[in-house]
Design a protein around this ligand. Sequence first.
Ligand code: M6R
Length: 604
Amino acid sequence: MCGIIGVTGTGPAVPRLIDSLKRLEYRGYDSAGVAALVDGKIERRRAKGKIRELEAVLAAEPLDATIGIGHTRWATHGAPTTANAHPHKAGRVTLVHNGIIENFAELKAELVAEGHAFESQTDTEVVAHLLDSQLGKINDPLVAFKTVLDRLTGAYALAVLIEGEDGLILGARRGSPLVVGWGEGEMYLGSDALAVGPFTQKISYLEEGDFVAIDRSGARMFDASGAPADRPIVQVSASSALVEKGEHRHFMEKEIHEQPDSVQHTLSEYLDFVNGKAKPGEIDFATVERIQIVACGTAFYAGQIGRYAFERLAGLPCDVEIASEFRYRHPALTKGTLAVAVSQSGETADTLASLTWCKAQGLKTAALVNVHSSSMAREAGTLWPTHAGPEIGVASTKAFTAQVAALLALAVTAGVQRGRIDPATEGELVRALFEAPRLIAESMAMDGALKEVAHDLSKATDVLFLGRGAMFPLAMEGALKLKEISYIHAEGYAAGELKHGPIALIDEETPTIALAPLDDVFEKTASNLQEIAARGGPVIMIAPKTAPDPHGAGIRRVDAPDCHSLIAPLIYAIPVQLLAYYTAVQKGTDVDQPRNLAKSVTVE
Ligand code: M6R
């Protein structure tokens, strides 16, 4: 994941930028760069590869400055080259960015028509051109910056230097985190507390939509409407540990909020955002006859969501099985089967044993794992990485959505390679996936309504989760999450299965959570909810505002963002996770280390 640092003070800025960038190496990156204001002019130094390559460039061409910005880039738009490395520059403006500017193509076309010349393939560069263009019309840099932010669609954290504005760094966040660090006569911006950790432990966490101006004497912060905002200064631990809870009470909460970033970085492994294409990988799906996914727990539900996509988009038969059953069942698999192990840790004993067994049968194998040096990563013929970063909470959240994101993207690749998806549809599906990080960030706004629902759930002894299509495995994941951390009994069902048994459980004390995106089966789910409401069961329907009302007494609605049906499992995962989280907090359980559970199950 990309890292950001900005320093404005009186001492040498560049050694500080480099120190911070080294601390951000853990996020993963493929190029790095810094920019500094030297004698009123902004100069950049950038390098492909590791920080040491950047240090070599700086040794040859040093920068002597007291203000600067730095960045580690994980390539999403455009290859990991020096030209695509941040900072990006246009006229008086130089900036670094984390996230995705979804409407960059449209903005770029507009700017090119106005005569702007671009030097990179990145989405980021449009922001620099747009701000430079606005600064030609508006004198006040903050006002100009706000007009630019208002035009951006997507997820971003930004740090900006402007020639002629000595001592000033602008910052903004939407979807990607950004913190302000308070020093003595020196101020900082960072992508997390760790970035500014070497210099200060006094942090203000910017909130969604905030923007900020820092200079040597302090910070002026504003909310999304442009009104002054007061974000408290908190003292963070001086620990240099790579993982901290930051502004969050629990790792689980932090990891839920990291999902715009982790999904984006995972998708960029499998999709070419610049050209709107699925990247062909090591495996040619045209040669695959069948997919057999093996996994445990949450990874098993991610696999089931993948199955819907592989079959629907690529016409590729796909089975998904719990690894502990698969490994002892003597399954009959045909030669053209691709065996896929899905696992966060890559060490789960049953999944690893199933993978080894498939390999011994002479099958092609792939491991979709978050720990890239794990046993499964080494055992499988092909490594499909997820880029969720370290997951500390025992209840899996960001690893799950990273698995789902990777499987959806791979299903698009499979559809293209098998001739089921034409170029126009490929473009539409890649665009839909491209919107996921922003919509995930927007989904966090459901938290107020979900806290109220969680208050009621915490009193229940049984809860049902319902969904159809890919929402069915997500319903099971929702039930698992709730069970794991709140210790409330919960079950996930296919909504259509209700009448075949579970409806007998319905009474006034048993809430039902319905995952109901506005898709081709929405009406069917809605009539199942009416059946529950008619029997006195409390129903909470998570659906977009635009979805019609199911007209049942006692059906409460929680509004989710509108989204393409392909990415609905990614978007609806957020309320499901938040609901479990807030219920557990309400009950006062040990959220990050629930009783009886281990993060990685390496024994049978
Ligand atoms: O590391 P893995 O993804 O292989 O782990 C599989 C399960 O143990 C894991 O998903 C477990 O169900 C989590 N506690 C779910 O939150």
